[in-house]
Design a protein around this ligand. Structure first.
Ligand SMILES: *[C@@H]1O[C@H](CO)[C@@H](O)[C@H](O)[C@H]1NC(C)=O
Ligand SMILES: *[C@@H]1O[C@H](CO)[C@@H](O)[C@H](O)[C@H]1NC(C)=O
Length: 409
């Protein structure tokens, strides 16, 4: 069971993680030049701040926090792209904060991944929109078509207009004559709408200078902007649906396995309880007498109609008597032989056991040179055993009584 669960969760997580997330790759890192006075305190504060920020990154995909005393007071701000899920954001944050740590013991630095951003310094930079450390990153391959240029010229200003009113995030797609360009813009959430607009206008100026590069990114103090001919965003709806489907499949598999196991265990326990409550008394500890079974197999099958005819429809006048197991009638077969027909009071379920018992008695009786069984008649409703009729008191005893007990006497 546990093994199954582990396997399923492994499969579930490998579905999510086997595809390496290209948005977690490093785009740019820059470190400040000045160094701090007390490196140990600074690093300790960094750890403290990260711990404080992580749950906020999960909740808001954005966080900032500071710790320590000037001039070594540390300020950290981090932001994920809005299309990232909370889990992706925390993954990105874990990675980016490690990359930034390599800047110390300088006063700080900035790291940009395609999915998130982090910055640290020894002053409050939180509301900076632009800075002289702003850069662009352009791909080496070019897209010289006019359509491409036209799409970009049309799309980029739309991002500057759209993002400030959409929580600082814009995801656009522009097409012209079969040429498609995807764009994404993200302002840090600490900036107000005007600051966001200013930042993105600056970022657009930067990436325009990337053209005719196929891909361009603007990495500034207050925002991130990217264009690409490839679709790179994480469709949050799709990932939610995929997650839901995977969860549903796992849920169904687990349910089926648990139910199957429960039914199997239930059946097994039920059988054990049934066996304990209904021990096969006659069979227990008793060796099966194969000679008796063999005899039973050779049993002559009488037709019900034959027995009916022989006993005159089980006429009361032909009744020899009745006992614990049934009634006995005297009858005459068409060939003149006289028979005793025993009608058994047993239902179908215990029939074989009763018949075995009877056969066992007969075989023992034969040892004493008494009674001969001729055969039987078994229908759905009634069962009969047919004996040779002997006017003998011992036989009466065997036929009418609790046979096995009487025999022992
Ligand atoms: C930041 O650190 C540098 C180098 O230690 C220092 O000169 C500067 O005054 C610090 N800035 C603040 C705001 O404390
Ligand atoms: C598509 O390209 C053709 C020439 O290749 C041009 O004539 C046409 O105007 C273009 N269509 C658009 C919508 O730009």
């Amino acid at each position: 069971m546990a093994a199954f669960m582990i396997i399923f969760f492994f499969i579930a997580f490998s579905i999510r993680s086997c595809r390496a997330n290209p948005r977690l790759e490093l785009v740019a890192r820059s470190c400040e030049l000045a160094t701090v006075k007390n490196k140990d305190d600074y690093l300790k504060n960094y750890e403290l701040i990260l711990q404080h920020m992580e749950p906020e990154m999960y909740r808001n995909k954005f966080a900032f926090h500071e710790a320590g005393k000037p001039p070594d007071k540390l300020y950290v701000l981090s932001q994920c792209m809005h299309d990232f899920s909370s889990v992706e954001c925390v993954q990105c944050f874990a990675r980016i904060s490690t990359i930034l740590a390599a800047c110390f013991p300088t006063t700080g630095g900035r790291v940009y991944l395609d999915g998130c951003f982090i910055r640290a310094s020894n002053y409050s930079f939180y509301r900076e929109v632009t800075s002289n450390a702003d850069i662009k990153r352009c791909s080496d391959d070019f897209e010289t078509g006019d359509d491409f240029k036209m799409v970009l010229k049309d799309m980029l200003p739309k991002m500057v207009l759209g993002a400030p009113d959409n929580k600082g995030f814009a995801l656009l797609k522009g097409s012209r004559n079969g040429t498609t360009v995807h764009g994404m813009a993200q302002c840090w959430k600490i900036l107000d709408k005007d600051m966001c607009s200013t930042c993105l206008a600056d970022a657009v100026d930067l990436v325009f200078r990337c053209m005719p590069a196929k891909e361009g990114r603007a990495l500034t103090a207050g925002c991130f902007l990217r264009y690409s001919p490839y679709y790179f965003a994480h469709d949050t709806n799709a990932s939610v649906i995929r997650y839901a489907i995977i969860s549903f499949i796992i849920y169904m598999l687990m349910t089926v396995i648990i139910c199957t196991l429960a039914v199997a265990v239930g059946l097994h326990l039920g059988r054990m309880v049934y066996k304990q409550m209904n021990p096969p008394r006659e069979w227990r500890g008793k060796e099966v007498d194969f000679a008796v079974l063999d005899q039973a197999m050779k049993f002559l099958q009488f037709k019900f109609s034959t027995l009916e005819k022989a006993t005159d429809c089980f006429n009361e006048a032909n009744k020899l008597g009745s006992g614990g197991y049934g009634e006995v009638f005297k009858g005459t077969l068409p060939d003149g032989r006289e028979i005793a027909v025993k009608r058994l009071y047993v239902n179908g379920r215990s029939r074989s056991r009763e018949i075995y018992n009877e056969m066992d008695v007969i075989s023992k009786a034969q040892h004493r040179n008494l009674v001969r069984c001729l055969g039987g008649c078994f229908t759905i409703f009634e069962n009969f055993l047919v004996y040779e009729y002997l006017a003998n008191k011992s036989l009466d005893c065997i036929l009418f009584g609790k046979l096995s007990i009487r025999i022992r006497i």
